[in-house]
Design a protein around this ligand. Structure first.
Ligand code: ACO
Length: 160
């Protein structure tokens, strides 16, 4: 699912040969490692519909020692045909709720600068543009935009 979503999201934004070279089995091994160490410092939520996984979000402690933002949305991906139906908001809500339970009050996210749709989504959810930086994205050095939330409450899922 991650590979499929990367291919549709980053077509034209990442080199074609890089996207074509992404392998299901390598991603499966990578995810097995991530899923083996779940806890408040790093966690994953998935969305299933009709028994099929159609999206996920991962989050946890901010990874680079940002002085202001202590929580981070690491990744959020939905299959193309399941986008723009409210699932992204639910996934962000789940991550924000879990971060708040772990004692975080703030969250940041890094997104490819050219990923205009995802940037619009974060801005719509109240994320403030913080800064641009060249960062390592799966071994490629790319320009990213950082967005931050100083208050997680408006993002949290109702009742959590
Ligand atoms: N511009 C403005 N508003 C937007 C946009 C946009 N491009 N996209 C969504 N919104 C709004 C919606 O209208 C909705 O508003 P409302 O709740 O007030 O009515 C709100 O944001 C929530 O939208 P959802 O339908 O929940 O968004 P979606 O389910 O499509 O999830 C996501 C957004 C995760 C970006 C999804 O589209 C996706 O998987 N895209 C491809 C992968 C991707 O780019 N992931 C982010 C990479 S960066 C990273 O992982 C850290």
């Amino acid at each position: 699912m991650h590979v499929d979503s990367w291919r549709t999201t980053y077509a034209g934004l990442m080199p074609d040969d890089f996207l074509a070279g992404l392998a299901y089995d390598a991603q499966e091994r990578r995810w097995a490692g991530i899923l083996a160490v779940q806890g408040p410092a790093s966690f994953v939520y998935v969305v299933e519909q009709g028994g099929e996984m159609v999206g996920f979000a991962s989050g946890g402690r901010e990874r680079e020692g940002d002085p202001t933002y202590t929580g981070e949305l690491y990744a959020i991906y939905l299959l193309e045909e399941h986008q723009r139906r409210g699932l992204g908001r639910v996934l962000v809500g789940a991550v924000a709720s879990r971060l708040a339970e772990a004692g975080h009050r703030s969250m940041l996210v890094w997104v490819l600068k050219e990923n205009i749709a995802a940037r619009g989504f974060y801005e719509h959810l109240g994320g403030a543009f913080l800064r641009s930086a060249r960062r390592d994205v799966a071994g490629l050095e790319l320009e990213e935009a950082g967005y931050g939330w100083l208050d997680l409450d408006p993002l949290r899922l109702a009742g959590s």
